[in-house]
Design a protein around this ligand. Sequence first.
Ligand code: NOJ
Ligand code: CA
Length: 711
Amino acid sequence: MLFKKVLLAAFVSLAVCSLQAQRTTLSSPDKNLQLAFWLNDKGTAMYELSYKGKAVILPSSLGFDLKKTYDDSPLPTLKEGLTVTSATQTSNDTKWKPVWGDVKEIRDNYSQLSVSLSQKGDKAIQFNVIFKLFNDGLGFRFEFPEQKNIQHFIIKEEATQFHLAGDHKAFWIPGDFDSNEFNPNTSKLSEVNSEDPKFAANIYAHTFFDKNATQTPLMMKSNDGLYINIHEAALVNYPAMNLLVDKSTNTLTSVLVPDALGNRAYLQTPAKTPWRTIIVSDKATDILASHTILNLNDPSVIKDPSWIKPTKYVGVWWEMHIGKSTWDYAGSMNATSFDAAGLKPTGKHGATTANVKRYIDFAAKHGFDGVLVEGWNTGWEDWFGQFKENVFDFVTPYPDFDVKELQRYAASKKVKIIMHHETSASVSNYERQMDTAYRFMKKFGYDAVKTGYVGHIIPRGEHHDGQWMVNHYVRVAKKTADYKIMLDAHEPVRPTGLSRTYPNWLACEAARGMEFNAWSDGNRPEHDVILPFTRFMGGPMDYTPGIFQLDLSYWDKNKKETIHTTLAKQLALYVTICSPLQMAADLPESYEKKLDAFQFIKDVAVDWDDSKYLEAEPGDYITVARKAKGKENWFLGAITDENARTATADLGFLEPGKKYTATIYADADDASYDKNAAAYKISKQVVDSKTVLSLKLAPGGGCAVSLVPIK
Ligand code: NOJ
Ligand code: CA
């Protein structure tokens, strides 16, 4: 039941001078978090935050430098000389139901402080700071109301500070304007250094700007046991935020991704920035369970979401990444232009009608919703690293891919083919083609698209995470929604909870996914126990788990790469990763050899009534249980880093008095991510709400459990 209770706790409109020195304070509904806002003696906006009496953010300044749009002339700084014109406190306690997600209902409970700021004189610029304090964290944003002194303007700099109370342990990837596809590092904040050569390897397109910078979501742990996560929510019409670390004071300062000319953002009043978020708790599991970022996003704009379907899929995909087949039809990548008349097929083209039918058959037999097909359209001969603008048109299939026949065949098997639009970062070209491409999809029965932005954004030289591209990704989400198309964006900006507003935007990549294991030094065993605390804070990821053939030299004896997890961990990832879009990424032949283990992937849900984060420590381990949407079945996943450990799963969340069959997919006794990784054992046992399972996890291992009520 939805209920709404908005309290006007206090309305204060105080005389300017009395507020200058005065601190305005705000408590979270449970009083654990305390926020203070004030102006210092220079008239700079300041805030601080504490949790259960411990400092989270020491006094930190807020402010902007702006300039005029047409002539670049400066506008008065908003970093000092401010006055407070009003401060208003309100609160909210409502509930809402997400279209899909880790729980079926979310409580939106916060105390709010809205401060209006101005300056003296007739050039004064007004702006507001809105603070929302939840029980698990703070969100704040800036608003520029309509006003006479600025209409259009440029943000030269947003100088939001996060002055931390210590040199925390941090889980970080380097600050970058184009990519998030890095292995994370764990170190003290004072040791952040993106010049480490390992970061530059195997990235399609990236732009470092300062060796002391990191991206968000930034996960930290203080010496006194606080877990602190800094990110942003509702990133719309604004660039993404990186954080520059001042190692002498433990202060992080926002660095907005610039455009091709070096400007940060172009705004028109009324305008608002994304929310800056600080999630904090003394329990790591609370960070994973937080819905604050979703709560800070606007409600869904899709009135009837009945066409949006959480999706489990297979695809003509991994076989290209491991080199068994190719995206291109006529010659290797970087060859000359495709010319159907002149160039002969390689014989290794993956997206042939016959091969796609093979995947459709497999999907139908095992109950998958979709089949992703990459390399179906012309252009792949020229797509990579050539910076050509009009490589893809998204409507012209290769001669061996029969669109009509596959439409008929997929429909007869009740399977959906998932469209692929690799833009090769030629985004103006994609914008020109979008309507044509989506009409083509609808005509041929496709209702989901995976987009991709590999390479530097051409022709404008924008950055993946700048305002222009941020607007592009949102435009794609809106336009696909108009066509009732579900969306999965690869290489976009990191997500910030916008899937609440556009629930057709099922997932993004925006991190180092499984593909890196196929052709690079790979993802480290700790990757999967860091991502939920970092990248996943903003929303679901199309991570593509489920690799069973872990030793990739099986496909090509010259291949040195292997997957740095055990097979049981590949299963557990379907639960530790929360996403309404999950791929079973390996080839049908890999699954056919291990149908008993494959059963877990077939059974596991992708949408949930409830989630219980049982135990977790960033970089070390995660154990989580989730209840399938609308069903009585639970699924449990436990994973570890490179260290073996025993996960403890108290099944107290099960319905009291009910018996369940637990099917446990565990690492074999001699399994480890680096030897005998594919060894697993499956056992069954009757459990109830009083059972506490001890699950042995191998180094780089995991355990997956399905819990089905006994009738
Ligand atoms: C990178 C994407 O992450 C991957 O999934 C895709 O196969 C390739 N680009 C080609 O588009
Ligand atoms: Ca990628």
